[in-house]
Design a protein around this ligand. Structure first.
Ligand SMILES: Cc1cc2nc3c(=O)[nH]c(=O)nc-3n(C[C@H](O)[C@H](O)[C@H](O)COP(=O)(O)OP(=O)(O)OC[C@H]3O[C@@H](n4cnc5c(N)ncnc54)[C@H](O)[C@@H]3O)c2cc1C
Length: 492
């Protein structure tokens, strides 16, 4: 990846370009005109009632009841398919910490009916503040409430991953999805030729399509790729994840202000950053602390992780150090990133991978789960477009093409954020801070071009204004496989 331009719509790297030359200025002007055209308001979707029902009812098998598998199950069930989810873990909701759910994801989840299940657990941060590593001064600002909700017609939530997973699980059950916990697909249990899985207890289950949402260490991926896996690579970074009891912060005026107006705070500095926000109705303060790491994760000792974490950030903003000093336990996660795979489908088109299995990414756009949610909604929409079983294979091809492009660009955008946030002090850092600072100075809105990708209008619109269902529907129409008027506009 060259770090001067992006393959996705963005103007966030413009601050790196020196453009004295007239030709470049001309090009910039043209780009601006194109951007203006792109920045027409995002149409508000009409209220969602019953989604377009599938004309061809399928028997779907999903492996993995993570955020991707469960969303896919719900989306498919709501279209009328029969859905069974097989999950290896005996219980759900035990892994993870805080997670951000951006509007492109909440729009889908709320439309699927998750609102009543998740609302007691969500927090809507008012803004994201980017802070200088050394003293915590605000160098970048994105207002989420009400700006994001107005622009993207859906809220930006933060929540504990366990609450989100359990909410999805309960909704899935209420809709009639069958979820089998403690019943995973055995290693080597996927079939590249038929929609069939062999479970760990030896039972063989067959349907019309197997969707493997089995996470970053997916066993299905290798089969889909013809026997040669392309696992994600270590990105050279690891993250400590930790939660601090907010009671420990409330009484200290140096840090209690962080709790007053729930927002997200991101300290950025040389090769490191810390993302922090309150979850669980303000009871817990969630922290992700990213730092360089090139050692083998199998050698990591969780017992020494707290001490190592303190060492990494010891010279940072003293207020941040105070909070870090309250952390008693942490877990260290390797940060991995994949590249767009050549395919997500077995040659027989009976096995499909989605979610982290298909597009692992570093969490710097907070979009890994959001992409898995989009996958699920897009798949359900795509399968509602077909009018006969003979079209299933082409529909999956169209789905794959659209989703590989979208998620590949999000993998890239996530790495770009890593570059943008991790400058050491120097010329690039100063230019970046100057570019982000205009928005901070104005207090409200910026000029729309911003090294802060949440505030860069073109980037944000591409990330948060994306219509996962609409994009596959349009692509299906373009593929000429059906009369597009039959589907477009009939979703609700
Ligand atoms: C530090 C960090 C912070 C993050 N923050 C965010 C964020 O703020 N926002 C965001 O959108 N994303 C975030 N992510 C990414 C997000 O957590 C993942 O992208 C998302 O959870 C992927 O969902 P998934 O369903 O594809 O996979 P998983 O959640 O990994 O689920 C896979 C499931 O499959 C099951 N399974 C595995 N093998 C089998 C088998 N053989 N048979 C049956 N079941 C099986 C597993 O037990 C698991 O339940 C973050 C990630 C990290 C590491």
């Amino acid at each position: 990846m060259s770090f001067n331009e992006t393959s996705y719509p963005s103007r966030s790297l413009e601050f790196l370009h020196i453009s004295n030359d007239e030709e470049e200025e001309e090009e910039e002007k043209e780009e601006e005109e194109k951007d203006q055209a792109r920045l027409t308001p995002i149409p508000k979707p009409p209220p969602y009632t019953t989604p377009l029902q599938a004309k061809v009812r399928l028997d779907m098998i999903i492996a993995g009841a993570g955020l991707g598998g469960l969303t896919t199950a719900i989306a498919l069930r709501r279209r009328g398919h029969t859905v069974t989810v097989f999950e290896r873990a005996p219980d759900l909701g035990e892994v993870g910490a805080g997670i951000q759910i951006p509007p492109n994801s909440t729009r889908i989840l709320l439309a699927l009916g998750l609102g009543p299940y998740i609302s007691p657990h969500t927090t809507s941060p008012s803004a994201i503040r980017l802070r200088r590593w050394e003293d915590g001064s605000v160098i970048g600002l994105t207002r989420l409430v009400p700006d994001f909700e107005h622009k993207y017609h859906a809220p930006y939530y933060v929540v504990h991953r366990a609450n989100l997973q359990l909410a999805l699980y309960r909704l899935a059950l209420d809709l009639g999805v069958v979820v089998r916990l403690g019943r995973g697909v055995r290693t080597g249990g996927y079939d590249g030729d038929r929609a069939r899985v062999v479970l760990e207890d030896g039972e063989c289950v067959e349907g019309d399509l197997v969707v493997a949402a089995d996470g970053i260490k997916s066993d299905a991926r290798k089969l889909v790729l013809g026997g040669v896996d392309q696992p994600p690579r270590e990105a050279g970074f690891a993250a400590y994840r930790a939660m601090v009891d907010t009671d420990k912060l409330k009484d200290d005026p140096d840090v209690s202000w962080l709790l007053d107006n729930p927002g997200q705070n991101l300290w950025i500095g040389d090769m490191r950053h810390v993302m922090a926000y309150s979850i669980a109705g303000g009871k817990s303060f969630n922290m992700v602390l990213s730092h360089p790491s090139s050692t083998d994760p199998s050698t990591w000792r969780q017992e020494t992780a707290v001490q190592e974490m303190k060492e990494h950030f010891k010279d940072w903003d003293p207020r941040l150090v105070k909070i870090i000093n309250q952390i008693t336990t942490t877990s260290k996660w390797p940060l991995l990133s994949g590249v767009p795979l050549p395919t997500w489908l077995s040659r027989s088109r009976t096995l499909l991978i989605i979610g982290d299995a298909a597009h692992p990414m570093v969490p710097y756009m907070s979009s890994g789960a959001a992409m898995a949610v989009e996958d699920g909604a897009a798949l359900a929409e795509m399968l509602s477009c077909i009018t006969s079983r003979s079209e299933l294979s082409s529909a999956l091809d169209v789905f794959e093409k659209v989703r590989i492009l979208r998620t590949g660009q999000m993998q890239e955008a996530s790495l770009v954020n890593g570059k943008l946030w991790h400058f050491g002090d120097g010329a690039e850092q100063r230019k970046r801070d100057e570019g982000m600072g205009r928005e901070v100075e104005r207090g409200e809105g910026g000029d729309g071009v911003n090294p802060n990708q949440w505030s860069d209008e073109v980037t944000a619109r591409w990330v948060y204004g994306y219509d996962a269902e609409g994009e596959v529907r349009k692509a299906w129409g373009r593929s000429g496989t059906l009369d597009s008027t039959e589907v477009v506009g009939t979703k609700l």
